[in-house]
Design a protein around this ligand. Structure first.
Ligand SMILES: [Zn+2]
Length: 291
């Protein structure tokens, strides 16, 4: 048994597809090299012998930022939602009533496990532009030392270059529309907070004035998935491919920026998709933060 409550309404699968653009340099440390200020990269191997290194907005880190966006959401009682729910990181509450644990999953050691039903993908930058190492005048910890008359030691850190495009995807498995609402809130709220340290943030990239964003709600996947190959290095090709895949829905005619519904499948695209995520976020806020 899964331990997941019976929902009052039909459950669906929900997918979010987006291309993000780094608005400035960004730092997301490499998991295995925590002490050397290197950004996370992946190696892509081509058909020949050529290999390329690409910057990577790793799905696991994006998931962590989303969970924090929920935990640190402002509650009307003057606390952060984490304190109101008594749910944190790493100590998750694992309660079936918790709107965060219930979809993001939780493990209460030896007692309770909630399966996570939202998964994260993508994140390999489109452009094969390697990180740049920059010298920073002073590490915050050196400010203290400086007061004691010692010379501050400059530190070097790598950064993902500004303007990199990152295709990213969130998938929710067998959730009701209500259960998906915190995922919509977390996705939108985390955009300004992606990255470790400062500066942070990315935006939804645009194509002809429309945000490159797609939301699917379905029982049967009838639309082509706008997933960008990590081998793609040309931003225009990546965007065009994203739009072309998005417009391909079985038995439907869909122009990017519109929405369509066929039997067992609904797709919102462009600013329509953004409006739908905002509507779900607003209901989440009304239910869990302000009422
Ligand atoms: Zn919880």
């Amino acid at each position: 048994m899964t331990g997941i409550n019976k929902s009052d309404t039909q459950r669906y699968h929900f997918d979010i597809y987006a291309i993000l653009e780094g608005a400035q340099e960004m730092y997301f440390g490499h998991e295995v090299q925590v002490n050397v200020n290197q950004v996370e990269r992946v190696t892509i191997e081509g058909e020949g012998d050529e290999k390329m290194l690409k910057c990577y907005l790793s799905p696991t880190k994006r998931r962590g930022v989303e969970r924090r966006a929920l935990l640190w959401a402002p509650h009307k009682d003057g606390q952060l939602l984490s304190d109101t729910l008594k749910c944190g990181i790493p100590k998750t509450c694992a309660k079936i009533t918790c709107p965060i644990c219930y979809v993001y999953g939780a493990l209460e050691a030896g007692k309770n496990t909630l399966i996570g039903r939202v998964t994260h993908g993508g994140g390999v930058a489109v452009q094969a532009l390697d990180a740049e190492e920059k010298q920073r005048a002073m590490h915050p910890s050196d400010l203290v030392r400086d007061k004691n008359g010692e010379t501050p030691i400059p530190f070097r850190r790598e950064y993902n270059e500004p303007g990199l495009f990152y295709p990213v995807y969130n998938h929710a498995l067998s959730v009701s529309e209500t259960e998906f609402m915190p995922v919509a809130y977390a996705f939108l709220d985390s955009l300004a907070r992606l990255g470790a340290g400062n500066p942070k943030g990315a935006k939804l990239a645009e194509h002809e004035g429309k945000v490159l964003l797609v939301v699917d709600k379905y029982l049967v996947p009838k639309g082509k998935r706008p997933v960008i190959s990590p081998h793609t290095t040309n931003p225009k090709e990546a965007k065009d491919y994203f739009v072309k895949q998005t417009e391909s829905v079985r038995d439907a005619t869909l122009a990017f920026g519109e929405s369509t519904e066929v039997d067992m499948f609904k797709r919102w695209t462009g600013d329509n998709a953004l409006a739908q995520l905002e509507a779900w976020s607003e209901t989440f806020v009304k239910t869990h933060l302000v009422n």
